[in-house]
Design a protein. Structure first.
Length: 56
């Protein structure tokens, strides 16, 4: 599933709005990467949390 194991960021729902103002459903998915921390099993982490982990 597209969800970050650290911050819980997941899929967000909204609407596309055309020039004529017609609306259709759409989704925004987070930028999820699968990484291994200290040889443990792989976890799903968003790019923002991955950046923060590398700084620490």
């Amino acid at each position: 599933m597209a969800k970050c194991c650290i911050c819980g960021k997941g899929v967000v729902f909204g609407q596309n709005v055309s020039h004529s103002h017609r609306k259709t459903n759409r989704t925004w998915k987070p930028n999820i990467r699968k990484i291994r921390l200290d040889g443990e099993k792989a976890i799903n982490v968003c790019s923002r949390c991955l950046r923060t982990l590398r700084k620490a």
